[in-house]
Design a protein around this ligand. Structure first.
Ligand code: ATP
Length: 865
């Protein structure tokens, strides 16, 4: 294998038959055929068939199969058939649910898969990283993930974190020169980049040398875990609860079995009944309900611009009590336009600059040279702050590309949000000038001289005072301010120490208006008991002005700067945190402290981020939210949710969806448990009072099939409930299955049991046990279906609307039709041991099965919410 790091970049390009103009389409296809896709081998995904068979591994299904075999031996073929039909239908439903959920979760994953910037057919394009081929010319910027191994062919202060390969957490400075020695550890291959690492600083261009399993990370990574999603905490809890409940129900089933035998019933019948009772009462669908509701819920959220990367995030979304949000681009439009310029010791409107004045011309040229952004065919590429400067140049017919060719760049120190500055070295009228732009407070501390109409003079306190006054005026009207300064240097290679002794030139201020939706989203946040906090790299006065406009900063709240937080201990920050609504001039490490302080106060915190250094804060937050448009790949990777529109109001929508999804899961589970309880209580009652059995085994299986599936899912898909955003955030420490939940389940279960048993007793009064069991079965079945309407929410149907959940209507109609087929079709009547009922008995069934719905609705209407 070639040792790319020992060769020059030219030799590597030649060997790979690549050029810096990129590959052409036919060549890419050929290379793909040769090397495949750029992906690490994953465990095999299960086929639909395998999923189907997996459904039979369930303990309850195994018992049912045993029961079917036993019935067949006893000659009760009808029961065998019913059981088999139930098993197969359940397995089909389970498979469809599994595949549907998997499909929507996969499409969600595809939405947040990483991308790479490459040159192809002579043009810079962004492609999914999976499509990279050997020989591609890959562009790397700060915050990008390296998604293949490559040899560096252009290097601008590139620094890369390779900890995933080497364990070394400090970034490595990269180089372009070939390395002479042969046996060099990965960490010392300075002219190479490796898949799995990320760019922490600078930028560079590499030619891809290896992809997929041939990369260094591919060689050490064993087969990745199969695509199996880890269970979310809620699923894990429900699984645990399900197991405990199963234990209790099996104990009850054994008790009933024993009582039946003691009473002299036939063993086979008693066994069948006990099995059917266990199957009907154990809510095996609990965790799959969560999966399916989460899958559909997250799909809906993706349509509303919030892509969930980690499923468990949805569960905590509804508990968020604090949102720490960036300002620029999230609360504001990120469409910046230059407003006023301060140069020559006077403030000038953006369209009143005089190109004939050397200093005014200089600030215009600097703003285009110390700038990486371009507009090509009206398409803006780059940082909005810099695009505003390119637009300013355009107003004076200065084309950024022409200017950049005339004053070539020979060195640079890229912008980063810790330093809040950027410098380039350009050849300028026979000299090498370092041009610096950045946040004024940082820049001013590095200024020694000032350029005035009387030439370059010493920078005095008076100058400083005057500039700070201008800056305050600009900031108070919500303008962002950039300072410009320069100095002469010897060569292109510069480092941070060179950003000193600068000559101040002027200020350019720009406007970035709040997004139209921000104020509304902030007020619905507050109404929902969520505290919005602005955290920005911008100036305190600018930030406060915008925060006031959108309602984040109220009279009683404070705005502080990063430097102030630095002086406070963690304890002090914790004490003050609840009164602070705006943090300005913060660096990424301040963000972690702010999140922790809120968390220690018992809050569930969402934090937005976009920069390369935001990763740790995004991970520390309960929900890390990355920006989809302006965010770096590193930030996206560290986040649990990505906003495809970078918009604050999308977070509020996502929280609202999160609350609904959680409530829907809870309601669906309540529906299952209350219905099952109704059935079990009825059986227990009859058994303890030595009455005939209220249901045949097949009845219980039928009810189980009918109610555990479609209606439960339909309740999980209840449309968004806006009222939930008028409530306080849910306390994350209160489990889903809490006391008040248990109380509701019990009350509802008891009411269903009472209706069923009333029907049973009315049936018994005819002296015909079969009439009694037909009535009890029909009533339980219908009562459970109708109870679905109660389970849609905690509110009265008069408030939520009767028809807003169409899925539930479909599910109930299907259930009612199927029940009537059983009640009226003679062959089915035989199988299900159904007696012929008269009209009064039918009337009784309908009335009694509506009792739980009517009683609970009346209670909610008059006494509840
Ligand atoms: P946010 O609210 O998302 O933190 P921000 O743009 O205000 O956004 P940073 O990007 O960290 O935060 O910028 C901090 C400061 O750095 C800005 O107020 C500005 O003064 C300065 N700055 C921003 N972009 C550039 C740039 N491209 N070159 C030089 N200085 C910049």
């Amino acid at each position: 294998m070639s040792q790319f790091f020992m060769k020059t970049s030219r030799e590597v390009l030649d060997e790979l038959e690549a050029t810096d103009r990129g590959l052409v389409s036919e060549d890419i296809e050929k290379r793909r055929e040769q090397y495949g896709y750029n992906e690490l081998a994953e465990g095999k995904r299960k086929t639909a068939f395998e999923v189907f068979f997996e459904q039979f591994k369930d303990f309850l299904v195994i018992i049912l199969i045993a029961a079917a075999v036993i019935s067949a031996f006893l000659g009760k073929f009808e029961s065998t058939i019913v059981i088999l039909v139930v098993i197969i239908l359940n397995a089909i439903l389970g498979t469809v649910q599994h595949l549907k959920a998997e499909q929507s979760l996969n499409s969600l994953k595809a939405l947040s898969s990483p991308t790479a910037k490459v040159v192809r057919n002579g043009q810079k394009v962004e492609i999914p990283s999976r499509e990279l081929v050997v020989g591609d010319i890959l562009y790397l910027d700060a915050g990008d993930f390296v998604s293949a191994d490559g040899r560096i062919i252009e290097n601008h202060s590139l620094q890369i974190n390779e900890s995933s390969l080497t364990g070394e957490s400090l970034s490595v400075e990269k180089d372009i020169e070939p390395i002479a020695e042969q046996d060099v550890p990965i960490g010392d291959k300075k002219n190479m980049v490796f898949s799995g690492s990320f760019v922490t600083y600078g930028r560079g261009v590499v030619v891809v040398t290896n992809i997929g399993m041939n990369t260094e990370i591919g060689k050490i990574a064993n087969l990745l875990e199969s695509a199996k999603e880890k269970k979310t905490p809620l699923q894990a809890n429900l699984d645990q609860f399900g197991k405990k409940l199963a234990g209790i129900i099996i104990a009850i089933a054994i008790l009933i079995f024993a009582v039946d035998i003691i009473r002299g019933n036939e063993i086979a019948d008693s066994f069948m009944f006990a099995v059917a009772l266990a199957v009907a009462a154990i809510p095996e669908a609990l965790s799959s309900i969560v999966t399916i509701v989460l899958a559909f819920g997250t799909q809906k959220m993706a349509k509303e611009n919030a892509i969930v990367r980690k499923l468990h995030a949805v569960e905590s979304l509804g508990s968020i009590s604090v949102i720490c949000s960036d300002k620029t681009g999230t609360l504001t439009q990120n469409k910046m336009t230059v407003q006023k310029v301060y140069v020559n010791q006077q403030v000038t409107e953006h369209n009143q600059l005089n190109l004939g004045d050397p200093i005014e011309k200089r600030i215009l040229l600097m703003s285009l040279l110390c700038n990486d952004s371009v507009t090509i065919d009206k398409k803006e590429i780059g940082d909005p702050t810099e695009i505003a400067l390119v637009d300013l140049g355009e107003d004076y017919r200065l084309d950024e590309l022409v200017i950049r060719e005339k004053y070539p760049r020979i060195g640079e120190l890229p912008f980063d949000s810790d330093r809040k500055m950027m410098s380039t070295v350009n050849q300028y009228e026979g000299k090498n000038l370092m041009l610096t732009k950045g946040a004024l407070d940082v820049l001013l501390s590095r200024v020694a001289k000032i350029e005035t109409s009387n030439g370059i003079i010493e920078f005095t306190d008076k100058h400083r005072q005057e500039i700070e006054n201008v800056n305050r005026d600009f900031s108070m009207s919500g303008l962002r301010v950039l300072g410009f300064a320069y100095k002469e240097v010897v060569e292109g290679k510069i480092d941070f120490e060179d950003e000193n002794d600068l000559t101040f030139v002027g200020l350019i201020s720009m406007m970035d208006p709040p997004r139209e939706e921000s104020a509304g989203a902030v007020s619905s946040c507050i109404e929902a008991g969520i505290k919005p906090v602005m955290i920005t790299g911008d100036h305190k006065i600018t930030a406060s002005a915008i925060a006031k406009q959108i309602g984040i900063l109220k009279e009683d709240a404070e705005a502080v700067e990063g430097t102030e937080i630095e002086k406070w201990s963690d304890q002090e920050l914790k004490e003050k945190v609840e009164n602070i609504s705006v943090y300005a001039r913060v660096s990424p490490e301040h963000k972690i402290r702010i999140v922790k302080a809120w968390q220690e106060k018992g809050n569930v915190v969402a934090m937005t981020g976009d920069g390369v250094n935001d990763g740790p804060a995004l991970k520390q937050a309960d929900i890390g939210i990355a920006m989809g448009i302006t965010g770096t790949e590193v930030a996206k990777e560290a986040s649990s949710m990505v906003l495809t529109d970078d918009n604050f109001s999308t977070i509020v929508k996502a929280i609202s969806n999160g609350r609904s999804i959680y409530a829907n899961i809870q309601n669906s589970i309540k529906f299952l448990l209350a219905g099952n309880m109704g059935g079990v209580l009825s059986v227990l009652y009859a058994s303890l009072l030595a009455l005939p059995v209220p249901f045949a085994a097949v009845h219980l299986l039928f009810i189980n099939l009918l109610t555990d599936s479609l209606p439960a899912i339909a309740i999980g898909l209840e449309p968004h409930n806006k009222k939930l955003m008028k409530e306080k955030p849910r306390d994350i420490n209160i489990p889903l299955l809490n006391k008040s939940f248990a109380r509701r389940v019990s009350v509802e279960g008891v009411i269903i049991a009472i209706s069923t048993l009333m029907a049973f007793h009315i049936g018994l009064s005819t002296g015909d046990a079969m009439v009694a069991s037909t009535m009890a079965f029909s009533t339980l079945c219908l009562a459970r279906l109708f109870h679905g309407f109660n389970s849609r929410s905690r509110h009265s149907l008069f408030k939520t609307g009767f028809f807003s959940n169409k899925y539930l209507w479909y599910a109930v109609i299907i259930g009612v039709v199927l029940l009537h087929l059983v009640l009226f079709l003679p062959p089915l009547m035989g199988v299900f041991e159904i007696a012929v009922l008269n009209a009064t008995q039918f009337g009784t069934i309908y009335i009694l099965s509506l009792v739980p719905l009517v009683v609970i609705q009346l209670y909610r209407l008059f006494l509840g919410k």
